[in-house]
Design a protein around this ligand. Structure first.
Ligand SMILES: [Cu+2]
Length: 162
């Protein structure tokens, strides 16, 4: 066995090793809004004009969201593109924000899923997810990547709904 100085263990190698150990959070889309989520999702989603959806793009890599401060307006349709430009999977996780929005559709590499609610989003390395949603509840919500150690390396952010 070859022993290496600990200083050669960069954060990305360390996290990647943990990821291989099977600690990924995974994408989780709800078939109906769980308790604590906004209701009347179908009505809220059909009440807006999706041709006017505002595009917002967030890039994810090791170990940050760019931008890491997001602001949305209630009642406005958004098309949020999440580009993982890194070499490992990252999650876009914000329980408070997910509870505050009405979701129309999530599109991943596997295709489009009509879903009213997000529980978690994990974007594989090099892939892009698109979330179409309408913000409903105003507030300020914490954003984080839930892959092991990533938030500790600074992969956090803030989402504001006005
Ligand atoms: Cu991450």
């Amino acid at each position: 066995m070859i022993q290496r100085p600990a200083t050669l263990l960069t954060p990305s190698i360390f996290a990647f090793t943990l990821l291989l150990a099977g600690c990924g959070a995974g994408t989780d889309l709800a078939q109906r809004p769980p308790p604590g989520y906004v209701g009347d999702v179908a009505a809220r989603v059909s009440a807006v004009d999706w041709a006017q959806a505002r595009p917002v793009t967030v890039q994810l890599d090791e170990f940050r969201f760019q931008p890491d401060r997001l602001a949305f307006e209630r009642g406005t349709p958004y098309r949020l593109t999440l580009e993982n430009r890194g070499n490992v999977a990252h999650t876009f996780t914000s329980e408070g924000f997910f509870k505050a929005i009405a979701v129309r559709r999530v599109t991943t590499a596997q295709g489009a899923v009509e879903t009213p609610a997000l529980v978690n989003l994990e974007i594989p390395a090099g892939q892009t997810d698109v979330v179409e949603f309408v913000p409903v509840e105003a507030g300020t919500y914490d954003l984080a990547c839930h892959e092991p150690l990533h938030s500790g390396f600074g992969m956090t952010g803030t989402i504001t709904v006005r």
